[in-house]
Design a protein. Structure first.
Length: 389
């Protein structure tokens, strides 16, 4: 590579516009993909775990189906015009994404992942092919380096920021759609600054068979061992990256217990404890005991229910019902007095603690989306019942 600086390459006419066009497109690719993947992870808790793998498949499928067509267009027409057209197509995709987030229609989101894969498939040949037409030979290696750097930075930032915004706005997904539209518009505006380059002038016949161009290219690769090994190495690298990206989502959710659903319940349980303490109900109400935390074991209470033990339970429940608060009693009879265990011969009074729990236990509302104001209202109504309000 000739002497020079990366800063000088960035100052070449139109290169900075091309740099940001590429960066913003790759950012949106990964932004949309990670947001839809997190939505799929939420569905996985209801038995649809195959969606995450399907998302990765749908994103890469257009490259397999349409790379030949994309390469043909980049060879025959102006690469700059193709880049601009693809960027405006991205705006349309993101408008459709906004609509899908509004409706919550997950199948539409999957279709949009496919369309973003299509966007990437047609963008890539023109992106790599335009560099030698934009840059002098002495800057070509640096240009390629900057291009690859922008790609990886876009993947990292699109994935991480997409996850962060999903965590903050998962119950207001249209806001994420608005952000994606804004990024697509910025990318389209940036693409207008890419230098105009003429069509290559290649007179190639269009092949209807989408794999014809690919098979022809593979045939030429076999005659160049160095080039073949290079392509194999790059392909293997991207294969591993895609594999890790898929599995890291499950790793975080299943093995590291980074489950927002569970974390939300823990937070709601902690706030209930604060409210019962604030209103001086500690002597009246028995709260759930975290047995695992006391034992030092790594397991923990998941708070699928938040069950209290309260004197005059049935009267309290009626009071809460009148206040518009739903509650539940899961074991109105202790196990030893239930019909299915009658043959064991146990009588009332033999398990007094179980019998007491069956008469006092009451499950309060708890779910990740429960608001603190709603929890305060629940505890305040309990305090009012016992004359503490």
């Amino acid at each position: 590579m000739a002497d020079g600086k990366y800063s000088e390459t960035l100052k070449l006419p139109g290169f900075l516009a091309f740099f940001w066009t590429q960066f913003l497109g790759a950012f949106n690719d990964n932004f949309l993909k990670i947001v839809v993947s997190f939505i799929a992870l939420d569905l996985a808790t209801r038995g649809s775990s195959s969606y995450v793998e399907l998302i990765a498949f749908l994103f890469i499928l257009p490259s397999a189906l349409f790379s030949g067509y994309a390469g043909h267009l980049a060879d025959v027409y102006s690469k700059r015009n193709i880049l601009v057209a693809v960027k405006f197509f991205e705006i349309i995709i993101m408008i459709l994404a906004l609509a899908a987030f509004f409706t919550g229609h997950f199948d539409s989101m999957l279709a949009l992942v496919f369309l973003m894969g299509l966007h990437a498939a047609f963008f890539s040949p023109a992106k790599y092919g335009i560099l030698p037409e934009m840059l002098p030979d002495k800057d070509l290696s640096r240009g390629n380096g900057l291009l690859e750097m922008s790609t990886f930075m876009a993947i990292i930032l699109g994935t991480s920021l997409g996850g962060a915004l999903f965590a903050s706005w998962k119950h207001n997904l249209p806001l994420i759609g608005v952000v994606m539209i804004a990024i697509a518009i910025l990318g389209a505006i940036s693409s207008l600054g890419i230098p105009r380059v003429p069509a290559s002038g290649a007179a190639k016949l269009f092949r209807i068979n989408p794999f014809g161009e690919i098979l022809g290219g593979l045939g030429r690769l076999r005659n160049d061992r160095t080039l073949w090994l290079t392509v194999f190495g790059i392909s293997y690298f991207w294969f591993l990256g895609a594999l890790v990206q898929i599995n890291i989502l499950f790793f975080g959710k299943e093995l590291l217990h980074l489950d927002e659903w569970s974390a939300g319940r823990w937070a709601r349980a902690a706030f209930y404890r604060e409210e019962f303490s604030r209103l001086g109900l500690g002597e009246t109400i028995r709260l759930p005991v975290e047995v695992y935390a006391r034992s030092g074991l790594a397991n923990h209470h998941i708070y699928n229910q938040f069950v209290i033990c309260a004197p005059r339970r049935d009267e309290l429940r009626a009071h809460l019902t009148r206040a518009g608060i739903g509650t539940e009693i899961y074991y109105p009879l202790p196990l030893h007095l239930q019909e299915c265990f009658r043959d064991l011969g146990y009588q009332e009074g033999e398990f007094p603690e179980s019998e007491r729990a069956s008469k006092e236990s009451l499950a309060l509302p708890i779910f990740p989306e429960l608001l603190e104001e709603q929890q305060s209202y629940v505890v305040e109504q309990i305090a009012a019942f016992y004359g503490r309000g």
